[in-house]
Design a protein around this ligand. Sequence first.
Ligand code: 0O2
Length: 202
Amino acid sequence: MNWGVILAPYKQVVEELKVKLKGMRIQYEYECSHSPIEFITGRVKPVQSILEKAEKKKIPLNNIEEEIQDIAGLRVVCPFVDDIYMVVDMIRERKDLTVIEEKDYIEKNKESGYRSYHMIIEYPVETIHGMKHVLAEIQIRTLAMNFWATNEHSLNYKYKGKIPEKIKARLKLAAEAAFMLDEEMSKIRDEVQEAQRIFHKK
Ligand code: 0O2
């Protein structure tokens, strides 16, 4: 398999969507005092991870592009939980992509404690062979959810997916603490934003 050839359109999609999502943030900064987007990142899944996921889910190599939906991955990190749903609505309204599936792991978190909102989208990208419709996953989460997920991801890597039970239990507690932080911050959201407005004016 020529991975360079297969992954080139995915790289293009990640770059295009990063520009477009960053455009939303910049517009907010000009037009409103508060942006629901803190920062945006994107990546193409490394070949090794694609192969591992295919093996785990028993996906034949020739079905990878249809069945692995996060080869192109974007992450939108928001200050507050309400901002996530605002971003979700804006993505649903866009005319340059089609939302295929949505997974709300905030309302119902994963067993690990993971919280995030996932949108699987189909995005048309121009290639040298014409238009290709590529799947991408957009993960939308708060800063606190991102902090938790980044640390849990590192531990999963360290323990090769088999995190010891004691650490797993601590991670679940940490996930709840992170969610409580989000809830508490939401309660003083107006105060925080007012302080940021004053700070930006200086
Ligand atoms: P990586 O290394 O981030 O690329 P499904 O069949 O829908 O249940 P699928 O396709 O894995 O399973 O979709 P799901 O559950 O929406 O997860 C997709 C991605 O979400 C993962 O990609 C992670 O990035 C993130 N994610 C899901 N669950 C967890 C979790 O418990 N902890 C952390 N830190 N991230 C999670 P990959 O391919 O697993 O990994």
